[in-house]
Design a protein around this ligand. Structure first.
Ligand SMILES: NC(=O)c1ccc[n+]([C@@H]2O[C@H](COP(=O)([O-])OP(=O)(O)OC[C@H]3O[C@@H](n4cnc5c(N)ncnc54)[C@H](OP(=O)(O)O)[C@@H]3O)[C@@H](O)[C@H]2O)c1
Length: 251
């Protein structure tokens, strides 16, 4: 995919799926703002060899002020933005057996990072795309959990991804005439640090049993689709959810 001339912000580009996406976009020639929170060294590793094409931007997306700063800093660094990949997220267990305050704190944190931050970035991106005139693309990394539901200890997580999916569809529906396109990529289980929580709890065999393919999905299985969306060749599929879940859930 030739993405030269494209300027793209990727959140959570330090590890896992976001790192694979950022690497792929850099390889395809895009200029990329790689956002990270705590994993500076890992983010540097993703950018290594492509320093002239990218910039590293820290932000704790649990904090709305830092989220706003992130967007402004990405604009300052790249000049303008053609696309955002809203990938950063947390997968935090909070079984209902916990004390209410503890359960609620995890719910709030999950929603803050997985839904509030993408919401803020969406508003800022839409205003920017309108002002810039050329439109743009928003790619939300959702989850199979939004459609299938999640196991009992991840209620907040599934709710956050349901909200993210509705947000993406509303953007597609409402801002298409401004030349804005919006997509959801909905991974199933993907082999990253986030997924290790689940492997520890349920074991790898259970995950293999629930997919149609023989091998678990890797971050590199998600990344090519983001490049394809950024290329513009999927624009008329705006508003869609693309599942990458190894055939584990079809809907
Ligand atoms: N892995 C799966 O099985 C799976 C399945 C479905 C959907 N997804 C979705 O895919 C996306 C990426 O997941 P992943 O598996 O790649 O996760 P991961 O390996 O745990 O990486 C999470 C990323 O999010 C960033 N992040 C976490 N908390 C943050 C905060 N407070 N502020 C800013 N950034 C923060 C991390 O940044 P730092 O490391 O720099 O702190 C990291 O770059 C998530 O939205 C997730 O819900 C994953």
């Amino acid at each position: 995919m030739d993405l030269r001339g494209q300027r793209i912000l990727v959140t959570g580009a330090s590890r896992g799926i976001g790192a694979a996406i950022a690497r792929r976009l850099l390889e395809d020639g895009a200029q990329v703002a790689l956002h990270y929170n705590s994993s500076r060294q890992e983010a540097e590793g993703v950018l290594r060899g492509y320093e002239d094409q990218g910039v590293l931007l820290p932000a704790n997306l649990a904090d709305p002020d830092r989220t706003r700063d992130l967007f402004e800093n990405a604009l300052k660094a790249l000049g303008h933005l053609d696309a955002l990949v809203l990938n950063a997220g947390v997968f935090l267990p909070h079984p209902i057996e916990e004390e209410l305050d503890q359960w609620w704190a995890v719910w709030k944190r999950t929603l803050a990072i997985n839904l509030d931050a993408p919401g803020l970035l969406t508003q800022m991106a839409l205003r920017h795309f309108q002002a810039h005139g050329g439109g743009g693309r928003l790619i939300y990394i959702g989850s199979r959990a939004a459609f299938r539901g999640e196991t009992r200890e991840f209620l907040g997580y599934a709710a956050s991804k349901g909200g993210l999916t509705s947000l993406a569809r509303s953007v597609a529906r409402s801002f298409g005439k401004d030349n804005v396109k919006s997509f959801v990529i909905a991974p199933g289980f993907t082999r990253t640090a986030m997924a290790d929580t689940f492997v520890k709890e349920y074991g790898e065999q259970r995950l293999l049993d629930e997919i149609a393919l023989n091998t678990l999905t890797l971050p590199e299985d998600i990344a090519p689709l983001t490049a394809f969306i950024c290329s513009g060749q999927m624009d008329h599929a705006t508003g869609t959810v693309i599942d990458i879940n190894a055939g584990s859930y079809m809907h």
